[in-house]
Design a protein around this ligand. Structure first.
Ligand SMILES: CC(C)(COP(=O)(O)OP(=O)(O)OC[C@H]1O[C@@H](n2cnc3c(N)ncnc32)[C@H](O)[C@@H]1OP(=O)(O)O)[C@@H](O)C(=O)NCCC(=O)NCCS
Length: 216
């Protein structure tokens, strides 16, 4: 029974990887396949909050604010795949969600935590020092991408935490996620290290190394 489930999981991993090959091309395909099979890594990016915070004009008018409890239904309509429990846990643990609205509608969101930075993708925590804030789960509605909305939202987050006395912002991004890397780079993030894990069945090993300009 267990063996049947495991082979089912492997088959569906391969099916997902083939879907990636069709849509995103060979480079993404290879790493998504490795990721599905157990080899995963993320680029850790950092941005000091003392650095200048240039104003950003998004390509469409947006209002950026913190997500209120009263707007949770709107959040779930915007991210229907989000698990209600996860979002409640985030809010209860003090995570803040920043929301960009265009003509009143939520078009982009991004979360922050000041305590524990956890990546479900690696199943591990990302080390944070006092004065760090971790930005995660950025998302812009497909129809609004490429308008600097995530960039403008991020700059609002950075200013908010700079004014609150924080020192550094951190995020972790898949190396194949070019749009996210570009958005984060525009907001001043620089890659500092690569973290990852190799997992084969019950055995796994985490790794971390300084970023040297390319993946090895
Ligand atoms: C990553 C993401 C949040 C960026 O949002 P955005 O509002 O489009 O961000 P920006 O407009 O500031 O810039 C993103 C970059 O994406 C690329 N891009 C432009 N149009 C795009 C489109 N229609 N679709 C995807 N990417 C696009 C461009 O490189 C752009 O930078 P440029 O305009 O300076 O060339 C968005 O692509 C997204 O929601 N992706 C899916 C979720 C995800 O990957 N989140 C990141 C987790 S780390």
């Amino acid at each position: 029974m267990k063996a049947g489930r495991a082979s089912g999981r492997r088959r569906s991993a391969v099916m997902r990887a083939i879907a990636v090959l069709r849509v995103e091309g060979l480079a993404s395909f290879w790493f998504k396949l490795l990721g599905e099979l157990g080899f995963r890594r993320l680029l850790v990016q950092e941005r000091l909050l003392a650095q200048p915070m240039p104003d950003v004009s998004p390509g469409l008018p947006v209002r950026i604010e913190l997500l209120k409890d009263s707007a949770l239904d709107e959040y779930f309509a915007f991210r229907p795949e989000a698990a209600h429990n996860d979002i409640s846990n985030r809010l209860q643990s003090g995570s803040l969600c920043f929301v960009a609205r265009h003509e009143g509608r939520v078009v982009s969101t991004c979360w922050t935590t000041r305590s524990r930075a956890r990546t479900e993708y690696l199943g591990s925590e990302i080390a944070m020092a006092v004065g760090d804030v971790y930005l995660f789960d950025a998302f812009t509605a497909v129809a609004y991408r490429g308008n600097n909305v995530a960039h403008a939202l991020c700059m609002t987050q950075l200013r908010y935490f700079q004014q609150a006395g924080y020192r550094r912002a951190i995020r972790a991004t898949l190396p194949e996620n070019r749009s996210a890397l570009r958005a984060h780079a525009k907001s001043g993030f620089q890659t500092t290290r690569v973290i990852g894990r190799l997992k084969i069945g019950p055995w796994q090993r985490a790794f971390e190394r300084p970023w040297q300009g390319k993946l090895r």
